[in-house]
Design a protein around this ligand. Structure first.
Ligand SMILES: Nc1ncnc2c1ncn2[C@@H]1O[C@H](COP(=O)(O)OP(=O)(O)OP(=O)(O)O)[C@@H](O)[C@H]1O
Ligand SMILES: [Mg+2]
Length: 316
């Protein structure tokens, strides 16, 4: 796969000496959909702004489609669509008028303007409000105009900085579906604090923390890197202390926590290896003659991985 984004030793220092991005390197292959994660202030928006050519780096090199974003800013902007964190929309323009204006600014041939504007409005569910003033739209619809703006010139690369922020749950689902559709024919870098959204749309994540890249790996490899030991959830009809003592005596058990819910003991077991211990646990429960109502392997969530990565020693 050819490389779409190549970032090498990128550093950005804002006036007033905040080092927002420090020696960051990563790449994104053409066709990839990558989630950009990190706590507040990690440097995601700064990196995205530089990628989109709206902010100049202090050091390092950033290439999009082989072109340097500083030296070939205009050319790069034609090929990428950028949804900034706070979208600077012209509030006294009508939706379709604004999108036509933005299309012209990005510089492709006018011949494609009508089709581009209509396609972007249709994809973002804006057809019904195309003649409304942007200033009179709700926040969610303004966000859609921002996404339509990013799409209007049909770029190969989309850089979306928190595209679903401020949207209601229905709109979040719609935008997520839209991103999935766009993923078929675009390279996408998307930042979000909604981790389920990243899981639903991306195949790889890049995690930033305190201006640095902490992690860059496919989603399905994250849990192996950030967790060790399988976990089970078990519920049996018995008393919690007895259940706890019994499970602690199993081979390979690292920790057991149990709480009582009426006559049911609900246990969380963590083991020292990643093996599947369900059979051992079932046989143990059977041996005690307990009634079993749940025996479930817990999947590690991206939330847990994120917390493990960005708290404690990992980030410092
Ligand atoms: N224009 C600016 N001038 C000075 N410092 C800035 C500016 N913009 C951002 N910063 C600082 O740079 C650091 C990184 O900010 P950035 O907006 O890139 O983080 P982020 O990862 O996008 O965070 P969030 O999740 O809150 O959007 C922060 O410490 C922030 O205060
Ligand atoms: Mg941000």
């Amino acid at each position: 796969m050819p490389t779409m984004i190549e970032v090498q030793h990128l550093t950005k220092k804002y006036p007033g000496s905040v080092v927002a991005v420090e020696d960051v390197s990563f790449s994104v292959a053409s066709g990839e959909v990558v989630g950009f994660l990190g706590p507040n202030g990690a440097g995601k928006s700064t990196t995205m702004r530089i990628l989109a050519g709206y902010l100049s780096p202090t050091g390092g090199e950033v290439k999009v489609n082989g072109l340097d974003v500083v030296r070939n800013g205009l050319e790069v902007r034609k090929r990428l669509g950028y949804l900034p964190e706070t979208c600077p929309l012209y509030t006294d323009m009508r939706v379709s008028e604004y999108l036509r204006y933005r299309f012209d600014l990005k510089g492709p041939s006018r011949r494609h303007r009508r089709a581009g504007v209509e396609r972007a409005m249709e994809r973002c569910g804006l057809a019904d409000v195309q003649n409304r003033l942007i200033g009179q739209l709700s926040k969610g619809f303004r966000q859609r105009v921002g996404i339509a703006d990013a799409l209007v010139h049909n770029p190969d690369l989309l850089i979306l900085d928190e595209p679903t922020i401020g949207l209601d749950p229905n709109q979040i689902v719609q935008i997520r579906n839209l991103i999935r559709e766009l993923a078929v024919s675009h390279t996408i870098l998307i930042s979000s604090h909604i981790l389920s959204e990243i899981e639903a749309t991306c195949s790889r994540v890049i995690v930033m923390h305190k201006g640095k890249v902490l992690e860059s790996s496919p989603l399905n490899e994250l849990s192996h890197r950030w967790f060790s030991g399988s976990q089970l959830r078990v519920e049996v009809k018995a008393d919690a202390p007895e259940v706890e003592e019994t499970f602690r005596s199993l081979d390979d058990v690292k920790s057991v926590t149990v709480h009582q819910e009426d006559e049911w003991a609900c246990a969380e077991l963590t083991f020292v290896t990643d093996a599947d211990y369900r059979e051992e646990v079932f046989l143990c429960v059977q041996g005690r003659g307990w009634i079993l109502r749940e025996l479930m392997a817990k999947r590690h969530s991206l939330e847990e991985a994120f917390v493990n990565m960005t708290t404690g020693d990992a980030g410092s």
